[in-house]
Design a protein around this ligand. Structure first.
Ligand code: ZN
Ligand code: FE
Length: 254
C-alpha cells in the first residue's frame, strides 16, 4: 500500500492510501480539491472515504467527493457527521476489497468525544489524537480519557507508521524540548524535522517507535517528565502530569 500525505487547507494532511492497481482510499478529506487533483495525477480510482471526527477541516470535502464518486463513507456514530454510509465504533473492522485492506477501529475520545482511529496495513490513521511530538487539544474529553486513548495507540507495534492530520511537528518539538531538553532522540528528531520543513517537506508519517522516544504526551512515566511536572508544582499521578503537559502546551508559544 502506498501512503501519501496530501497537504490541504492551512496545515492539514489528507491521507491517500492506494495499491499498485490504482485503487484508493482517502482519510479526513477536509477539502475535495487536493484529493481530485491527486487522483487525476496518479490515475487512481477512489473507492472509500474514512473519517476520524466531525471537525470541518476533516469532513468539509466529503459532499463534493460524493457528487463525483459513489463510495462508502466510514465514520464514527456522531450526528454532527452527515453523509456517512457506515457507522463504526470501537472494535469494529473496516474490510475493503479494493484496495485490499483491513483496519481496526479504535475509539480515542479526548480531542472530541466520538473521535476514532483506524489501524491496519502497517499504518495508524489517528486524526487529531496523536501528533508527532504532540497530541490534540482537549475540546470535548478529559485528560484521563485522552491519556487512555493515547495509551491504546502507543501499544501498537513500534514500526507502525503514524499518519497525523496536521503538520504541527516543528512547534510540537519546540515544546517537547522544553520538557526534555537533553533527550537525545528528541534532539535528533528536531534536527530531521527542521531539515524537512526547510524544504517544505512533510514530517509524516513517523514511526510509532520514534514517537515513543520523543513525544512527551506518551512519556508521562519517564523521569524527565516527572521532573518537569514537579518543577511545575505537580506531584500527582500520570493523569495529572499529562493534564499539566496539555495545559502548558495550550499556552506555549515558542
Ligand atoms: Zn479536529
Ligand atoms: Fe483538525
Amino acid at each position: 500500500m502506498h501512503v501519501v500525505p496530501l497537504p490541504a487547507l492551512a496545515d492539514n494532511y489528507i491521507w491517500l492510501l492506494h495499491d499498485d492497481g490504482g485503487q484508493a482510499v482517502v482519510v479526513d478529506p477536509g477539502d475535495a480539491f487536493p484529493v481530485e487533483t491527486a487522483l487525476k495525477a496518479r490515475g487512481l480510482e477512489l473507492r472509500a472515504i474514512l473519517l476520524t471526527h466531525h471537525h470541518h477541516d476533516h469532513i468539509g470535502g466529503v459532499e463534493a467527493l460524493l457528487s463525483r464518486h459513489n463510495v462508502p463513507v466510514y465514520a464514527p456514530r456522531d450526528e454532527r457527521i452527515g453523509h456517512a454510509t457506515q457507522r463504526v465504533d470501537d472494535g469494529d473492522v473496516v474490510l475493503l476489497d479494493a484496495p485490499e485492506a483491513r483496519f481496526d477501529v479504535i475509539a480515542v475520545p479526548g480531542h472530541t468525544i466520538t473521535h476514532i482511529a483506524y489501524a491496519g496495513q502497517g499504518v495508524l490513521l489517528c486524526g487529531d489524537t496523536l501528533f508527532s511530538m504532540g497530541c490534540g487539544r482537549l475540546f470535548e474529553g478529559t485528560p484521563s480519557q485522552m491519556l487512555a486513548s493515547l495509551d491504546r495507540l502507543a501499544a501498537l507495534p513500534g514500526n507502525t507508521l503514524v499518519c497525523c492530520a496536521h503538520e504541527y511537528t516543528a512547534a510540537n518539538g519546540r515544546f517537547a524540548q522544553t520538557v526534555e531538553p537533553s533527550n537525545p532522540a528528541l534532539i535528533t528528531r528536531q534536527q530531521e524535522v527542521s531539515a524537512l520543513r526547510a524544504h517544505n517537506r512533510p514530517t509524516l508519517p513517523v514511526a510509532l517507535a520514534t514517537e515513543q522516544a520523543t513525544n512527551p504526551f506518551l512519556r508521562t512515566d519517564c523521569e524527565d517528565v516527572i521532573a518537569w511536572s514537579r518543577r511545575h508544582g505537580i506531584d500527582g499521578d500520570r493523569v495529572a502530569r499529562f493534564a499539566a503537559l496539555r495545559a502548558n502546551k495550550d499556552v506555549f508559544s515558542g
